[in-house]
Design a protein around this ligand. Structure first.
Ligand code: FKS
Ligand code: ZN
Length: 345
């Protein structure tokens, strides 16, 4: 399988996130991508190529101009306001407040961001656009006829909506790839999100779309981030009624119950009958993950890849989360090898 990556991800390296009432070192850090790439090379997964630049156009299929303008200039505005280091919001337009971007950078950060764990650094815009380029480059390989590709995206993207970021991400790489595939003739896209967290951004982007299915297996938002989306009763609306499937699972869930949910998601995808599958691939379901509470073992990830291969459709893997530095490379590679093993046979 082909891997697409970019060295520009290094330009995004946040210092700290607000967790449990304190500023803690960011778990979403450059070493994650380095470890994954190292492992992909070690196991001989296939060619590794650099992303090509695709400019703003594919981003605008998913995000608003105002949001992109904000993101591109946010850190500069932060410095101009006399701040140093990373830009983080501290005030949000929640219930009973007006939904409009104010002038001051502090207010704009709150308007466009939904959490306090996603710092904007001087290089964030360049890293985030490079990640979107990684996803688009990999998507185009499918258009050219590759049966599968791996987009080694960093920062991640599935929490990012039309004009709102958070959850360690700034641009929704999987959604951008999905729209790129739609624009180039793939009539029906199924997004399968296996990250530990619900992909609230991806769900919101496609909630009313009949042509893009979103299915997710994740920790029950009643007890886990992102809390405010991802419940079982959310099934899509209007033209998109029935094209969203949420399978929330209790904290502590192990592989048997998790795999049962994967089976359900895969059956729903078969029924949707997509022309292409985009996998939001997070391996923070691993038992040793520092911020998550599922208990998948390293070998289980091969079975995940194998089941996804059973969908028997062109497949684009887009990297999302996974924070145990020692195993993140092997866990991601196991999914991809599991997939390849059963398509090669
Ligand atoms: C821990 C609080 C953690 C944020 C969790 C963000 C998860 C991001 C992710 C992605 F794939 F996007 F990277 N709060 N006390 O793993 O879903
Ligand atoms: Zn996650």
């Amino acid at each position: 399988m082909l891997t697409v990556c970019s060295t520009a991800h290094h330009l995004h390296h946040g210092t700290a996130e607000l967790t449990d009432g304190r500023m803690m070192a960011c778990v979403e850090r450059p070493e994650r991508a380095a470890r994954i790439l190292e492992r992909v090379r070690q196991v001989g997964l296939g060619d590794v190529i650099a992303a090509e630049a695709h400019g703003r156009e594919p981003l605008l299929r998913v995000h608003s101009t105002a949001y992109l303008d904000f993101l591109e200039t946010a850190h500069e505005a932060w410095l101009t306001a006399g701040r140093e280091g990373d830009a983080l919001p501290f005030c949000w337009p929640t219930r009973h407040l007006r939904q409009m971007p104010p002038e001051h950078i502090d207010g704009r950060l709150g308007y466009y961001c939904f959490d306090a764990g996603t710092p904007i650094t001087a290089g964030t815009w360049r890293a985030a656009t490079a990640a979107a380029d990684v996803a688009m480059t990999a998507a185009l390989k499918l258009i050219e006829g590759a049966p599968a590709a791996f987009a080694l995206c960093r920062p991640p993207g599935h929490h990012v909506a039309f004009d709102q970021y958070g959850g360690y991400g700034f641009l929704n790489n999987a959604a951008i790839a999905a729209e790129g595939l739609r624009d180039r003739g793939y009539a029906r896209v199924a997004i399968l999100d296996v990250d530990y967290h619900h992909g609230n951004g991806t769900q919101a982007i496609f909630y009313e779309r009949p042509d893009v299915f979103y299915g997710s297996i994740h920790a029950d938002p009643a007890h886990e981030f992102p809390y405010f989306l991802g419940h079982a009763e959310e099934r899509g609306e209007r033209a998109g009624a029935g094209t969203t499937l949420n399978l929330p699972l209790p904290l502590g869930t192990g592989f048997p119950a998790w795999f049962e949910a994967l089976e359900r998601a895969c059956r729903a995808i078969d029924e949707f009958d997509p022309t292409v599958v985009v996998v939001s691939l997070g391996v923070d379901t691993y038992r040793g993950d520092p911020i998550s509470q599922f208990t998948l073992d390293q070998d289980d990830f091969s079975s995940v890849g194998k089941r996804i291969a059973g969908l028997d459709r062109p497949t684009l893997f887009v990297l999302e989360g996974g924070y145990d530095i020692e195993t993140v490379g092997a866990n991601v590679a196991n999914v991809l090898i599991g997939f390849e093993g059963s398509t090669r046979a």
